[in-house]
Each structure stands twice: as structure tokens, then as C-alpha cells.
Design a protein around this ligand. Structure first.
Ligand code: SF4
Ligand code: SF4
Length: 413
């Protein structure tokens, strides 16, 4: 049902971002929401369609492109108690359930991210609450693929939960990180043997598909492009193409300087010229291998068409340092941190509000429809920031007719 509603939701979000007025009628405003707190748009302000939910900041990898693991480990040496209390302050499965209940059916696409999401022993419980309350069409979970058996076991449980609910027809996408072939991957990820574990995780997950009648499980590969692997992109691409079976997708994303990752000022992002030179041959390969492959299914072709558009926008962001199309973070997409902060995106990581705050009481709409959220949206609308964040870019493309036209053009060509 939601799939059919998506174009209407997109139109509504587009009207709201462009004119500040939503097409949906205003809902009744609960009495507890004081006018001083609320955005003037109040109940008519649409909720996002794309949510990134960080289920934990814990991570067992030590990537050169991300410092999120330092959040707990740095204090581990000096103040183990601090680490425990920070870790305990992450949202519990019950708290996630209350938040998902308030989000309701607005969610079309949800990413359960981290840290390493599979380090949460209650990941299946969190997924179950998400499926029951929100029924998203797509749930995407990234993994650093350091624990093949654990990931296989959890994904099997996730598929069992998925197939029990009405959302058995939704897609579960697992994206495995791969930043290099062989020792280069281990070196960038800071984990000895990570490359072998990647291969083992990939084999286990693709084999798992055979155990379910219609798993709707998609297994993809995710490569972070940084100054550490810029000259090895073709090698990585060839390796991934040679995997048997071929992955459902292969995404390249540029390493970013993000507040969330603690990488601001780290210099991990490659400069535009080097990136463009290294990436140009791959764009042609992707067109040939996915868009012109008669065996690639429709979803894989659409996904790759979006990716090619993303790579085009990425180059523009890196060169022009402005939003190449209007950014819809804070309008159509958002992130919920492991501690309950709601952000427009993880690059700005500027709280619109916290879901645990007494007045919010885990009500997502309370935070989303606040005046503080309006201020941040106004800044995004004025183009005061720009970045190549892939997750936000895909939603922005969906809401931008010119980008959408180019994407569809690639699919039908
Ligand atoms: S990039 Fe992912 S795997 Fe690497 S340290 Fe950050 S959260 Fe962990
Ligand atoms: S342009 Fe980037 S930093 Fe600015 S709101 Fe969008 S995703 Fe966030």
C-alpha cells in the first residue's frame, strides 16, 4: 500500500520544502504541545520517508576513516565506568519501540546503522518493533562483516520475524563493508583477518537465501573511498564483480568528515581531481555491468541508475561546494542517534530535539514539528551546508524531478 502512496508523499514533501506549505490537511494538535514549542506549520508538517536509526555507537573495528569506536574505547583505558555508563545510555529496545510507534507508517525506508549494528544482542527485537509499528518497505542494515556466524544467525532470525509479519514482502538489504582486497582491507579497517571474514560473511548470507522460499534478502557490498584506497578502486570493483554469486549491488561512498564519526578536520576525503580521475573508468563499468546487463533485475537496475546519478552529484559537490540539487535532509530524511537525538543528518548532527526529553516523551512528531526543527530546516533550505552524504542524497534525488528524470532515463535506455 505504502508503495502506491510514495509519489503522493514525495509531492507533499516537495511542496513543503519549496513553498513551506504541505498539501495534507492539518491534524489535530494534542493539547500538551504548546504553541510556543510548535512550528507554525503544526500538524500539517509531513513526517520523513527515510529514517536512519543508529542502534549503537559501539564498534569492534578500528577504521582509519571513522572514529566512532573511540567514543567508548578512549575512555575505556582511563575510565571504564564512563564507558559502561555511556553504553548503557543508548536507547533500549523498549525505547526504540515507543519511538517507532510514534513514527508509524510514515517510514518507507529505514536504515538500522551503527557503530556495528550486530553488536546489539537485541537487534532482532528492535527490528520486530520496527516491522510491527512502521512496516517500512525497505530495511537496510550495514555490517563491518567481522563476525560471520553471528551475522548469519541474526539475519536468519530477522528473516523469520519478517516472514511472520504482514511485511514479509518488504526488502531486507544487508550491506557488507569492503575497502580493499586482501591486506589493504584489514589495514584500513584496523582488524586482522577482516578480509577473510568479509568473504565468509558474504558466503553465509548468500547461502542463507536458499533456506527461505522468498527471502527478499539482498546482499550488497559497500566501499568507502578515501585517500587510503583511491588508487585501488578498479581492483576492488573487479574483485566484487568476481564474487559468486554476484552481489545485488556495489556502492561506493566517499569518506566524509562528519561530526557523528568524529572525523571533522581529519583529511580523509579525497580531493575532487583525484577522485574524478580514479572514478571515471568505474562509471562506465557500472553502466555496462548493471544497466546493460539483460540478467540484472529491475530493482538492481533502478538502484544502479540512482547510484550513477549520485556519483554525478558527488563530483559536483566536491567541485562546487554547494548543494547540486536541493537537499531534503530535515524534510524527507532524518537520523535518530543512539541516545535519542533527532538530526536532519549525521553530517550536521545538530539536534532538532531529544526523544527522551520529558516533554517529548518518545513522540517523534513532537520533535519534528518543533520551532527548533524549523530553524534547522530553514538553514538547509537556504543552502548553508553541502556534503556528499549518500543516504540523504538518495531521498533528495527522489524528490527532485530533474534528478529523477535522469535516473529513469538511464533505466529505460
Ligand atoms: S566505519 Fe563502521 S566499521 Fe568502521 S569504525 Fe566506523 S562504525 Fe565501525
Ligand atoms: S547538505 Fe549535507 S550537511 Fe546539509 S543538510 Fe543535507 S545532508 Fe546534511
Amino acid at each position: 500500500m505504502l508503495k502506491f502512496l510514495l509519489p503522493l508523499k514525495v509531492l507533499n514533501l516537495k511542496a513543503f520544502r519549496t513553498f513551506g506549505v504541505a498539501l495534507t490537511p492539518a491534524r489535530l494538535t494534542p493539547a500538551r504541545l504548546s504553541p510556543a514549542h510548535l512550528s507554525p506549520a503544526r500538524g500539517s508538517l509531513p513526517l520523513p520517508i527515510n529514517y536512519t536509526v543508529s542502534v549503537t555507537n559501539r564498534c569492534n573495528a578500528r577504521c582509519k576513516t571513522c572514529n566512532i569506536w573511540r567514543l567508548y574505547d578512549d575512555c575505556d583505558e582511563e575510565q571504564p565506568a564512563l564507558r559502561r555508563s555511556r553504553s548503557r545510555s543508548e536507547l533500549s529496545a523498549d525505547e526504540f519501540a515507543r519511538i517507532f510507534e510514534s513514527v508509524g507508517k510514515s517510514a518507507y525506508w529505514v536504515t538500522l546503522s551503527g557503530g556495528e549494528p550486530f553488536l546489539r544482542s537485541d537487534l532482532v527485537e528492535i527490528y520486530d518493533a520496527l516491522a510491527r509499528h512502521c512496516s517500512p518497505n525497505i530495511v537496510n542494515i550495514p555490517t563491518n562483516a567481522t563476525a560471520p556466524r553471528l551475522v548469519e544467525r541474526r539475519v536468519r532470525e530477522l528473516l523469520e520475524v519478517k516472514n511472520k509479519t504482514k511485511k514479509g514482502k518488504s526488502d531486507l538489504i544487508l550491506n557488507l563493508s569492503l575497502d580493499g582486497v586482501g591486506s589493504l582491507h584489514d589495514e584500513i579497517r584496523g582488524v586482522a583477518g577482516n578480509f577473510e571474514k568479509f568473504v565468509a560473511t558474504y558466503e553465509r548470507l548468500t547461502a542463507l537465501k536458499q533456506d527461505f522460499e522468498n527471502p527478499r534478502l539482498r546482499v550488497g557490498v559497500h566501499t568507502v573511498v578515501s585517500n587510503f584506497n583511491l588508487d585501488r578502486l578498479e581492483e576492488i570493483y573487479e574483485f566484487v564483480q568476481g564474487l559468486n554469486p554476484k552481489p545485488d549491488s556495489h556502492i561506493f561512498e566517499v569518506a566524509e568528515e562528519r561530526v557523528e564519526l568524529g572525523t571533522v578536520g581529519s583529511g580523509v576525503t579525497p580531493d575532487y581531481r583525484s577522485f574524478a580521475a580514479a572514478f571515471a573508468p568505474l562509471r562506465e563499468r557500472i553502466k555496462r555491468d548493471y544497466l546493460k546487463d539483460p540478467e540484472a533485475d529491475f530493482l538492481a537496475r533502478v538502484t544502479q541508475a540512482f547510484r550513477l546519478e549520485y556519483y554525478r552529484l558527488l563530483e559536483k559537490v566536491l567541485t562546487e561546494r554547494r548543494q547540486p540539487i536541493p537537499c531534503y535532509a530535515g524534510f524527507a530524511s532524518c537520523q535518530i542517534s543512539a541516545y535519542g537525538d533527532v538530526w536532519a543528518c549525521c553530517v550536521r548532527a545538530e539536534p532538532l530535539g531529544n526523544l527522551r526529553a520529558g516533554t517529548a516523551d518518545y513522540d517523534f512528531a513532537w520533535v519534528w514539528r518543533s520551532r527548533k526543527a524549523d530553524e534547522i530546516r530553514a538553514s538547509v533550505r537556504r543552502g548553508e551546508c553541502c556534503c556528499p552524504l549518500a543516504n540523504a542524497a538518495y531521498t533528495s534525488m527522489l524528490c527532485d524531478f530533474s534528478a529523477l528524470r535522469r535516473v529513469l532515463g538511464r533505466v529505460v535506455r
